[in-house]
Design a protein around this ligand. Sequence first.
Ligand SMILES: Nc1ncnc2c1ncn2[C@@H]1O[C@H](COP(=O)(O)OP(=O)(O)O)[C@@H](O)[C@H]1O
Ligand SMILES: [Mg+2]
Length: 262
Amino acid sequence: MKETIIEIRNLHKSFGTNRVLSGVDLEIFKGETLVVLGGSGSGKSVLLKCITGLMTADSGSIRLLGEEIVGREERELLPIRKKTGILFQGGALFDSMNVFDNIAFGFHEYAKDMPQDQVEAEVMRLLEVVKLPDICDKMTADLSGGMQKRVALARAVSMKPGIIFYDEPTTGLDPQTARSIYRLMNDLGQRLFITSVVVSHDIELAFTIADRIAFLKDGEMVFVGPVDELRKCTHEGVCAFIGPFYRAGMMGHKNEEMKGKT
Ligand SMILES: Nc1ncnc2c1ncn2[C@@H]1O[C@H](COP(=O)(O)OP(=O)(O)O)[C@@H](O)[C@H]1O
Ligand SMILES: [Mg+2]
């Protein structure tokens, strides 16, 4: 029996006359990787911000871990937010801090009583997980884009969240580096039993890591289902977006081979 971890019903959000989300429905299950796919400006980031409570929806309902988010005050959301990790576009690392301090940030913020040697051990463990040992003292500004994403991933999972949200995790990376990030996301999801919600316009990413894809078009979910069903979807906007190669199954597959590899 699938357990629903996020339930979105009839969600609306406008900015003045710009209707960005028009009655979005979406259910996300525990342990799955769900990718919200859509073109630029389709409302993906707005949807993610509404789910994470960083933006207030106009109407509708979002139940996250059983708690209603819509209409709640920022401070009421803190305990819920602690159970989630967020990786935003650009990684949002602190440029003025080195790698160690960036990752240790969450422990200092949310686990103030944790002894320093334990914090150090945790940070080291996380750097091993993201395959970046020995870079603690480096400033994040001096790292390559791919390394910055790995550090940001380590930080996002540091608090052992049940859910992790990613906004365009591969933007700005070359295809090979982007693939190493997908593998890592896949690996983290499985190893740490995390539910992953990814918003992206990266079709290869979606076809590679998603258990299910939700396609957002002009503020509406026009398709929700597994990758193979998306290939068969006849919605005009979906067909135009994913293109003939992906439709024909010539590219992208969430495959067994990838599991367990990083
Ligand atoms: N804070 C904001 N104020 C006004 N309009 C916004 C704001 N954030 C997003 N929008 C508008 O919402 C629409 C969807 O944006 P966004 O969710 O960022 O798209 P994307 O799918 O590329 O992530 C765009 O038209 C954008 O201009
Ligand atoms: Mg966006």
